[in-house]
Design a protein around this ligand. Structure first.
Ligand SMILES: *[C@@H]1O[C@H](CO)[C@@H](O)[C@H](O)[C@H]1NC(C)=O
Length: 210
């Protein structure tokens, strides 16, 4: 997926991201007709990039992130906080797939990342995902000896593997991650599947509305 994303020209990828973010905002406006302060989107920081903050007041679902281009300018990364207390990592925005994941301790194979690896033992809100949820019944997730496990293949030689876990959202805790470049700690799935950030925020909001 990463190498496929690299083949996009900068401008068409920027356009894609703009459309994506616009859709995210529309989604939240549509879900929260009564609140006006849930979405903050501004370009005022001197660094390239911008900050996006989404908050669903009723369910308590919060998502806030700084989005900025990578050094090559070919990809966008967003800063994601995970766990209690939150640990931040840079996730490459991935519109073609749905899994949200980060590299986790203990690591069989990991890319070099600028922030510490996620250590589930240090997060008080962490739990392994139960095998009985819908998130453990997708093409990439399955139950192995009472542990919800995943293998997510992007291209022939790029994949992430680990166990599924839950914080405020369901994500992959990757212990075995094969990619051709370093500098990021995981991917942020924005695709249409069940596991994506967009789907997960949507599902939570729908539950509270019903
Ligand atoms: C989650 O599962 C992993 C892999 O089976 C295990 O090493 C870890 O101790 C589990 N964590 C918790 C909090 O149960």
């Amino acid at each position: 997926m990463i190498s496929r994303m690299k083949s996009h020209s900068h401008s068409s990828f920027s356009a894609l991201i703009n459309i994506l973010l616009f859709n995210l905002i529309l989604l939240f406006i549509a879900l929260q007709p009564c609140s006006s302060s849930d979405i903050n989107l501004h370009n005022s920081t001197p660094k390239p990039g911008f900050r996006i903050a989404l908050q669903h007041v009723d369910s308590g679902t919060q998502f806030s992130s700084r989005v900025h281009p990578t050094i090559t300018g070919l990809e966008y990364v967003m800063q994601v906080g995970i766990g209690t207390p939150p640990v931040h990592y840079n996730a490459v925005i991935n519109t073609g797939a749905d899994l949200i994941w980060t590299q986790c301790k203990p690591c069989l194979k990991c890319m070099k990342q600028s922030t510490p690896l996620f250590d589930s033992e240090k997060s008080s809100s962490f739990s392994n995902l139960s095998c009985s949820t819908q998130f453990c019944d997708t093409r990439q997730t399955f139950c192995a000896i009472d542990q919800c496990t995943y293998i997510y293949v992007y291209n022939a030689d790029t994949y992430t593997r680990g166990n599924m876990a839950t914080e405020t959202f369901t994500f992959g805790c990757g212990n075995d991650n094969h990619f051709f470049e370093d500098g990021f700690g995981g991917l942020m799935g924005m695709g249409r599947g069940l596991l994506s950030l967009v789907s997960q925020l949507n599902v939570k909001a729908q539950r509270t509305l019903s």
